[in-house]
Design a protein around this ligand. Structure first.
Ligand code: SF4
Ligand code: SF4
Length: 376
């Protein structure tokens, strides 16, 4: 089972839009929304809740008013100004328990506190685990862990191989909770000074947690100069920029209607699809193929399939008309025979002796032919 996490250094970079689009493209996946402080994946995927549960993220004091004498000792002890002569402010309270320890009447007991809810839902693209913190609650790292645990259990129960996670923004506790142990993280960024700063922090966190990170630059053509800076930085850090998605106003209109960019005609659908293909190939199949085959994947090429004429020419024409560059390679140059014979699509035994007839089709989105624009 593989787990892909999509995160960003700050909110509003298009992370959730991408996850919702990937959910449409993934054939089978369990979806998990770990952005529990501002969950909005459900706005695009419109889940139908099948099951709901409570989440107790900590303990808070409960005062037995019949025993309380109003002595004020709890108020003196509390460093957070959260209790006034036996009356608790649950939002300010950090649950440290000092008041309960210090109450001379033993009138205070620490009780499990309801911090949020988790949900198991069905969407058009697969089951989804999501959650919502109660107002003012801060235990989102624990709730993220709960969502991931339930998503894993669900994937095991349903025999699914992929968990697609919408992560929280930033580098705080919920992000660390989301990142720990995932197979790969796609970091979504934008071509701005602030986003590059945040990207550096997120990539550093990925490095510390030993999670392979890949980058997607969203709205890259809004500031081409800054987009190049992001690419240069990633190159220096040895992090691959797996995709660059242009700005398209129709995406905003689609989102305002609760739709993904794949559900309406936009100029970004092909880019998102190509990004997803590269991401899933990196996750599942990057270890397969010759050194040259893997190099092509790193250069942004997506392996499609093997074909001979006349199908080969038809597909090349179709991909070119759809806006892709096409590259053809002999199977022996990019494929390695699968000794176990399990991966028919990647095995080349059938082609031996007549390799000249077959080609592996690789595509990648055609580069923008326009010259670089000056920074606005
Ligand atoms: S310390 Fe105990 S008895 Fe004193 S005011 Fe607080 S709750 Fe009441
Ligand atoms: S549990 Fe700690 S923070 Fe909460 S009221 Fe008691 S002393 Fe204050």
């Amino acid at each position: 089972m593989k787990e892909i996490l999509v995160i960003s250094g700050k909110g509003g970079t298009g992370k959730t839009t991408l996850v919702a689009s990937f959910a449409r493209l993934a054939e089978r996946a369990v979806l998990a929304d770990c952005d529990v402080d501002a969950a909005d994946l459900h706005l695009l995927l419109k889940p139908k809740v099948l099951q709901e549960g409570t989440f107790y993220g900590g303990r808070k004091p409960q005062v037995d008013l019949e025993r309380c004498t109003g002595c004020g000792r709890c108020t003196e002890l509390c460093r957070f100004g959260a209790i006034e002569d036996g009356e608790v402010d649950l939002i300010e309270c950090e649950g440290c328990g000092l008041c309960a320890l210090g109450c001379p009447e033993e009138a205070i007991s620490m009780q499990d506190h309801l911090s949020g809810h988790w949900y198991l839902s069905e969407t058009a693209f697969g089951p989804m685990i999501h959650a919502q913190l109660e107002m003012g609650e801060e235990n989102s790292g624990k709730l993220v862990a709960e969502v991931r645990k339930r998503a894993k259990e669900l994937a095991e129960e349903k025999g699914e191989d992929l968990i697609l996670v919408d992560g929280p923004p930033g580098v705080g506790c919920p992000v660390i909770s989301s990142l720990s142990g995932v197979d790969m993280a796609l970091v979504v960024t934008e071509p701005t000074v602030a986003a590059l700063h945040d990207l550096k922090r997120v990539l550093e966190l990925c490095r510390r947690l030993r999670v392979e990170a890949l980058v997607c630059i969203n709205k890259f053509d809004v500031n081409l100069q800054k987009a190049h800076e992001v690419e240069d930085f990633c190159r220096q850090e040895g992090v691959e920029v797996l995709g660059k998605i242009p700005f398209d106003r129709r995406v905003i209109e689609a989102l305002s209607e609760g739709k993904t960019p794949l559900e309406v005609p936009t100029g970004v659908g092909g880019e998102i699809e190509a990004l997803w293909q590269r991401l899933s190939e990196r996750l599942i199949g990057a270890e397969k193929g010759t050194a040259k085959g893997q190099e092509l994947l790193r250069e942004g090429w997506t392996r499609r399939f093997v074909a001979s004429e006349p199908r080969l020419s038809e597909m090349v024409k179709m991909y070119e008309e759809a806006g892709f560059e096409v590259r053809l390679e002999p199977p022996s140059a990019v494929e390695e025979p699968d000794e176990e014979g399990e991966e028919c699509q990647r095995c080349r035994i059938c082609f031996e002796g007549q390799e000249d007839k077959y080609r592996v089709i690789f595509t990648r989105p055609r580069r923008d032919p326009r010259p670089r624009e000056e920074e606005p």
